[in-house]
Design a protein around this ligand. Structure first.
Ligand code: ADP
Length: 307
């Protein structure tokens, strides 16, 4: 195989109670990338459509993640990458992660899969380092593994895939304002109280147990964040109304997607996810900021070949 065309899913990181450790992949939102082998050494980004992003290899997360893999592979030669960017950078649904994960997944396929998924996550994290100054894995892990993933430990890196209940749907509203991950990290406190810690790990354990048991009520009770959301939600106009509208429409829970500004809700069944979308649409039409809304099943496969 000389060339591969892939779908790179958008992802929701944190998922309320799992700051920096939990993430999930979406099915209906993502970038398209084409990666091909080249006799020329190194990585060249030959085309980007959809968004204005740097073509320079070391300034594009796909290039940086790809170089990390290339160096480890010892390959003589290189790759050309085309990115059709559907996920806006700074949207909070893993725009940089989709490109980082997609580049390394495609290169690994073209090389005959010499690397494990865990190694691919490590390469892709180099792209996240470029995008947000932190090599976090909570977007690239679900993009590569699919479904929900837990980053049990960063050192050593330990990724735990978590099962996805069949009827779980996400509704995501993306207000068209840009919040850079690096900026929304700066406003966070570096210490938390023991009381808040206890609430948070109780909820994270509850959410993981709920996902394993397909216990939607437990999932709903656990989708709470007493640490990050109260601080970051201030950056997102209309957050409180969107959240109460989603819960009143039957969502299991609602919170900030990644570092925002996107807001996600999880629901049991597509019908509820659609009712939540209608509520979001109605509320945000009054806020006066342009927005997109996505309804998606949880993607259990991660990055996939489409041609
Ligand atoms: P997101 O959470 O949506 O990934 P970030 O703020 O973390 O948003 O990352 C976006 C940053 O990464 C922007 O500064 C953008 O210019 C940079 N970037 C570099 N290459 C890419 C790429 N291929 N896709 C998306 N963002 C990229």
């Amino acid at each position: 195989m000389e060339e591969i065309k892939i779908f790179c899913p958008a992802t929701i990181a944190n998922v309320s109670c799992g700051f920096d450790v939990l993430g999930l992949a979406l099915d209906s939102v993502g970038d398209i990338m084409t990666v091909r082998k080249s006799t020329e050494e190194g990585i060249r980004i030959t085309k980007i459509s959809g968004q204005e992003l740097p073509l320079e290899t070391k300034k594009n997360v796909a290039g940086v993640a790809g170089l990390a893999l290339l160096e480890k592979s010892g390959l003589k030669g290189g790759f050309e990458i085309e990115i059709d960017k559907k996920i806006k950078p700074g949207s909070g649904i893993g725009s940089s992660a989709a490109s980082s994960a997609g580049a390394v997944w495609a290169m690994n396929e073209l090389l005959g899969r010499p690397f494990s998924k865990l190694e691919l996550v490590q390469f892709a994290m180099q792209g996240e380092q470029l995008a947000s100054d932190v090599a976090h894995a909570d977007n690239v892990a679900p993009a590569l593994f699919g479904g929900f993933t837990l980053v049990r430990s960063y050192d050593p890196l330990d990724i735990v895939p978590i099962p996805t209940p069949d009827e779980l749907f996400a509704t995501v509203i993306h207000p068209q304002i840009e919040i850079k991950t690096s900026d929304s990290r700066k406003i966070l406190k570096t210490n938390i109280s023991l009381e808040k810690g206890i609430q948070q790990w109780g909820n994270l354990g509850g959410l993981i147990a709920g996902l394993f048991q397909s216990d939607y009520d437990l999932i709903g009770r656990s989708l709470e964040d007493h640490i990050i959301e109260p601080i970051r939600s201030i950056l997102i106009p209309g957050f409180d109304q969107i959240k109460s509208g989603a819960i009143n429409s039957g969502a299991l829970g609602c919170g900030i997607s990644g570092s925002g500004p996107s807001i996600f809700a999880l629901s049991k069944g597509q019908d509820v996810a659609e009712t939540v979308a209608q509520s979001m649409d109605k509320i945000y039409s009054d806020v006066g900021i342009p927005f997109d809304i996505h309804i998606s099943k949880i993607n259990t496969k991660g990055v996939k070949k489409i041609a």
